[in-house]
Design a binder for this molecule. Structure first.
Ligand SMILES: *Cc1c(COP(=O)(O)O)cnc(C)c1O
Length: 502
C-alpha cells in the first residue's frame, strides 16, 4: 500500500518512508491511497484475539512492508510485559446500557498518548533501518506536558534512537515536570526552556528547518525526526482501539455484530477522532462522530459553520491537552472529504497560514455535518460532569474525559439519538488531581502534589498509579534549563556527550 501527500497526489511513498519522513516535503501529511475493509473473517479473528494480536492484525493491513510477525513483536514490546496496568490494555467501562468509556490511560504515563507512543519508536526505528538508512534517529519534542513524557517513555533505551524533550519552565504541572525530569534511559535528555510553550515549539521548528545544521548532523550519522501526531506511525495504532472496543461490546453482549455505535472524543489536534473516522472507513459500524472541545472551540465552530478561524483568544483551561487552535490532523479528513483535491487542500492550508482562517464549500459543509457533531464544555460544565459521574456511579474521570461526557449529553438532548456511544477516556484522573478534587467537591488545599494524590484516593478509593507515587523518591536527573536561543546548543551537546551530565 502506498501513501499520498495531502498537498501533492504525485507523491507516493511506502509506509516505511512515510513514517521515516513524518511530513511530506511540501508540507502535506501522508495518508493511505486506499483503505482496507474489514470482512467477516477479520471480525471472527479479532473477536477472539488479545489486544496485542488485534493491533498487529490491523496494522498489518496498513503497513504491508512489515510482516505480521514483526508487527506482533513490536506490539508485544509496546503493550505486553505488564507495561499497562490492565490486561485488556484498553478496557471498556460500562457506565449504563448505552454509555461506555474506552479507558485509554492504563499505560506507563497515565495518558492516552501511550497507546501510540509505545508503538511509534519500534515502527520508526525499524522503518529507518529497513529503508537502508544506517543513521540514528534523534527525536526532538517540544511539549506542553503529556506528549513529552509519553515520548520519553516510549523511546527510552530503544536501539537506534535518541530523544530530547524541551518543556516550558513554568508551563507544565508539577507532576508532569517530575515525570519528565526523572526519566530513566541512556538515550534521553530533558531540558526546561526559559519561555512559554510557543517559544519551545518555535525553537524546535527552527532546528528542524536549519538545513546546514541537519547536514552537519547527517555527517555524524544522525537523522532528526518528530513524535507528534502528524506522523502516520502515531496515528495508525489509534485506529486499533476503536475496533477493539467494538469487538469487546459485541463479546459481552452489549451490542450485536453489525449494530451501530457512536463515538465521542475529547479533541485537540484532531488525531484521536480522525482515527475513529478511519475505523469507520474500514467498515466499522460507527454512526455519529461527536467532536468535543473545551473553550478553545475552534472545531465546534468549524463543524457548525464550515469556517475555520483561529483568530481568537487562546484560553488556558483545566483540560490543557486540548488547548489548541490549530488542529493539524483536520487536514487529513478534509483531503478525504473533498475527494483528494490536493490543490484545494494546499490553498486552504495556505489561507490558514496567511489569514488564520478558511471556509470550505457548501458541499463539504454538508458532508461534515452528516458525519460529525461538534460541541464544547465550559469550565463549570466540566467540573459538574466530574461531580455527576462520581455521585451517580462513583466513577472518577479526568477533565478531558468530562468535556466529552458533557458534549455527549448535549448531543443526546438535542437530537434524541440514544445509540450506544463509546467515549474516549484520555487521561487517568490522578494526572489532573487538582481539578478532579474540585470536581468532586473537595476544596481543601494540599501542600504538595503527593498529598493531593492521597486526598483523591481517600475520597474515591481508586488506586493511585504507582508510577506517580514513586516520583517522590526518584532521582531528578535533568535539572537544567536553557534560554530559547540556546536550544540548538543543548541538542549538540547531548548528541556529543550523552545524557549522563549529572
Ligand atoms: C492529546 C490529548 C487529547 C487530544 O487528543 P488529539 O488527538 O490531539 O485530538 C485529549 N486528552 C488528553 C488527555 C490528551 O493528552
Amino acid at each position: 500500500m502506498l501513501y499520498n501527500s495531502t498537498r501533492n497526489n504525485g507523491q507516493k511513498v511506502s509506509a516505511q518512508m512515510a513514517m521515516k519522513e513524518g511530513l511530506s516535503r511540501e508540507g502535506g501529511l501522508y495518508v493511505p491511497e486506499s483503505f482496507p475493509t474489514l470482512t467477516q473473517a477479520d471480525y471472527s479473528y479479532l473477536l477472539e484475539a488479545s489486544y496485542v494480536k488485534r493491533a498487529a492484525y490491523i496494522l498489518d493491513k496498513f503497513l504491508d512492508d512489515f510482516t505480521f510477525e514483526e508487527l506482533e513483536a513490536y506490539a508485544q514490546k509496546a503493550y505486553g510485559n505488564n507495561r499497562f496496568d490492565s490486561e485488556d490494555i484498553a478496557p471498556v467501562y460500562s457506565y449504563d446500557e448505552t454509555t461506555f468509556y474506552l479507558e485509554l490511560w492504563h499505560g506507563p504515563t497515565c495518558a492516552f498518548k501511550d497507546m501510540a507512543l509505545q508503538m511509534l519508536p519500534h515502527l520508526l526505528t525499524a522503518s529507518v533501518k529497513k529503508t537502508g538508512d544506517q543513521r540514528t534517529v534523534c527525536i526532538l519534542v517540544a511539549t506542553s506536558g503529556d506528549t513529552g513524557k509519553a515520548a520519553l517513555d516510549g523511546f527510552s533505551d530503544v536501539d537506534g534512537s535518541k530523544i530530547i524533550v524541551f518543556y516550558p519552565k513554568d508551563g507544565v504541572s508539577e507532576i508532569q515536570k517530575l515525570q519528565m525530569i526523572t526519566q530513566k534511559g541512556n538515550n534521553v535528555f530533558v531540558s526546561g526552556v526559559d519561555g512559554n510553550f510557543d517559544d519551545a515549539q518555535t525553537g524546535v521548528k527552527t532546528i528542524f528547518t536549519d538545513a546546514a545544521y541537519q547536514e552537519a548532523l547527517n555527517q555524524n550519522g544522525i537523522i532528526l525526526s518528530s513524535a507528534n501526531s502528524i506522523n502516520w506511525g502515531r496515528l495508525v495504532p489509534q485506529v486499533v482501539y476503536y475496533i477493539s472496543a467494538y469487538c469487546d461490546l459485541v463479546k459481552c453482549g452489549k451490542i450485536k455484530m453489525g449494530d451501530t455505535m457512536n463515538v465521542c472524543v475529547p479533541t485537540g489536534n484532531f488525531g484521536n477522532i480522525l482515527a475513529a473516522y478511519y475505523a469507520k472507513k474500514m467498515g466499522l459500524p460507527v454512526g455519529k462522530l461527536i467532536c468535543a472541545s473545551n473553550r478553545n472551540n475552534v472545531l465546534t465552530d468549524f463543524i457548525n459553520t464550515g469556517v475555520y478561524n483561529r483568530n481568537r483568544d487562546f484560553v488556558l483551561t483545566m483540560s490543557p491537552s486540548m488547548d489548541i487552535l490549530i488542529s493539524s490532523n483536520l487536514e487529513r479528513y478534509l483531503y478525504d472529504v473533498c475527494g483528494k483535491d490536493d490543490c484545494y487542500i494546499a490553498s486552504l492550508m495556505d489561507a490558514l497560514k496567511q489569514d488564520g482562517k478558511y471556509e470550505v464549500t457548501n458541499d463539504i459543509k454538508e458532508k461534515i455535518r452528516a458525519e460529525f457533531y461538534g460541541g464544547y464544555a465550559s469550565e463549570e460544565e466540566t467540573l459538574a460532569q466530574i461531580q455527576k459521574a462520581f455521585t451517580e456511579k462513583r466513577y472518577l474521570m479526568d477533565t478531558h474525559t468530562a468535556v466529552a461526557a458533557h458534549v455527549l449529553e448535549q448531543y443526546r438532548k438535542e437530537t434524541g439519538d440514544n445509540t450506544v456511544c463509546v467515549i474516549a477516556s484520555t487521561a487517568n484522573p490522578y494526572k489532573f488531581n487538582q481539578s478532579v478534587l474540585a470536581g468532586i467537591g473537595i476544596t481543601e488545599q494540599a501542600a504538595d502534589e503527593f498529598l493531593k494524590l492521597e486526598m483523591l484516593q481517600k475520597a474515591s478509593g481508586l488506586a493511585i498509579p504507582p508510577q506517580l507515587t514513586e516520583l517522590k523518591f526518584m532521582k531528578q536527573r535533568f535539572n537544567t534549563c536553557c534560554k530559547k536561543e540556546d536550544m540548538k546548543q543543548v541538542v549538540s551537546s547531548f548528541l556529543e556527550n550523552g545524557s549522563e551530565l549529572e
